[in-house]
Structures are given as C-alpha cells and as structure tokens.
Design a protein around this ligand. Structure first.
Ligand code: G3P
Length: 251
C-alpha cells in the first residue's frame, strides 16, 4: 500500500504576522504540488494558529505544537483540543524532543496526550528520537522503542490511522548535522519492524514515518528516496521559501 508523503513545517517558537503573509499567503499558497501524493502541514505557535488556518489554502493542514490532556479548567498556559477544533486545526505535534528535554515531558505523558488528542478527533505527529550519547552507546533503537511503546500502550489499533511518527534524532535537530539517508533508513526500518511485531502488520505497513533533523533543500531528495522515509518534519528550513523544495521532494 502506498503511503502518502507528508511534510510538516514545525515553526517552533518562531513566526510573526509578517511571516504568515510572506510564507503562507505568498509562498505556500502560490506553490503547487501533487496533492494526490503529498500532504503538507504547517505548525505555527499557538497564538498564530487561527491566523494561519485562515490564511492557508485548504489543502494545507495546520497543526498545534502541543496540547494538554484535559479539555478545560485550571491549567494556566495550556492548550485544549477544543480550542483547536473550534479553529479548524486538525493536527498536533506531540512529544517533540524540546518538550521532552526542556519541559520534562515523560514517555507516558506523551502517550496519554496522543490517545487523548485522537479520541477527540485530532491527528497526531508523535516525535521520537535518541540523543547523541544514546546513539554513541548503541541505544538508538532501545530509546526509540521505549518512546514508541509508551505511545502504543495508550492507543487502540484503530487509532494508529491518526498517527504519524516523526523520527528526529536529537543530535541532528538544528545542528546542521543531518542523519545520512542510510542512518535514517536503518532506524525507520527498525521502527516499522517494531510496529509489525508489537501492533500489527497492517499498522506497520500503513503508518507514515517522517524524518526530522536539519532537513533542507539540498539533502531532502536523497532522504526521500529511502523506502521507509515517508516525509519530513522540518524546523529551520520550514521558515524559508526553500520549504517548497522540500515539499516537492516527495514527488
Ligand atoms: O520538528 C522539527 C525539528 O526538530 C527539526 O528541526 O531545524 O533541525 O529542521 P531542524
């Protein structure tokens, strides 16, 4: 079964009204790609979600960067699934390594939020990935499988239809040190194998696995050729016009 290539732009804590105009309204709305083969999702900071959803053409999905695991209440600063639904935002990123590292989000909490988001009608880009010292200690797959298991434990088999896994080796994020296509393919293949063994062959075959970490217009084409790389989650380069070149790498 062909998996539709999916490219996400994670703006992180960057952006402005001016960027929405230049990047979304002018560049992305003006660009074209084969929508039968490629899905595009942009993930601005929460305060810009409404403006981006209104500015972006309908075939561009919009994603939050995080949500909380309750619908409403005394949770100062948090983002509810209901807010997203009211704005027409269909996606959220969860478990990004920056949330895990700086905001101490544990594996189980990421799993719980993934299940909560999906139960409330959202689609999730769930991030996993090892740190440099873990790779050097030959712990890459052990770390990825541990993070994946916490997500899988929280989901029913049917809910996997709403999940995209983003494999983002932490040492490659924002460093300019992209994983080689072979390194990325090796881990993506292992992740798919884990899904086959621990969830089901169908889920393993259907689940899209994005690569994230210093993806740019120069390295995206070779990465996209690998059989288990089904798209990208792009940080820095998603803030620039070169994002369009990364999108069309999926063609
Ligand atoms: O979520 C995207 C990400 O963490 C990669 O960031 O700047 O290395 O493309 P960057």
């Amino acid at each position: 079964m062909a998996r539709k290539f999916i490219v996400g732009g994670n703006w992180k804590m960057n952006g402005s009204k001016a960027l929405i105009k230049s990047l979304v309204q002018e560049t992305l709305n003006g660009a074209s790609w084969d929508t039968s083969k490629i899905e595009v999702v942009v993930s601005p900071p929460a305060v810009y979600l409404d403006a981006v959803r209104q500015a972006a053409k309908p075939e561009i999905g919009v994603s939050a960067q995080n949500i909380y695991s309750e619908r409403s209440g005394a949770y100062t600063g948090e983002i509810s699934v209901d807010f997203l639904k009211e704005l027409g935002v269909e996606w959220t990123i969860l478990g990004h390594s920056e949330r895990r590292e700086y905001f101490k989000e544990a594996d189980e909490f990421v799993g719980k939020k993934t299940a909560f988001a999906i139960s409330n009608g959202l689609k999730v880009i769930a991030c996993i990935g090892e740190k440099l010292h873990e790779r050097e200690a030959d712990q890459t797959t052990a770390v990825c499988f541990r993070q994946l298991k916490a997500i899988a434990d929280a989901l029913t088999p049917q809910q996997w239809a709403s999940v995209v896994i983003a494999y983002e080796p932490v040492w490659a994020i924002g460093t300019g040190k992209v994983a080689t296509p072979e390194q990325a393919q090796e881990v993506h293949h292992a992740i798919r194998g884990w899904l086959a063994e621990n969830v089901s062959a169908e889920v393993a075959e259907a689940t899209r696995i994005q690569y994230g970490g210093s993806v740019n217009e120069k390295n995206c084409v070779e990465l996209a050729k690998k059989p288990d790389i089904d798209g990208f989650l792009v940080g820095g380069a998603s803030l620039k016009p070169e994002f369009v070149k990364i999108i069309v790498a999926g063609e």
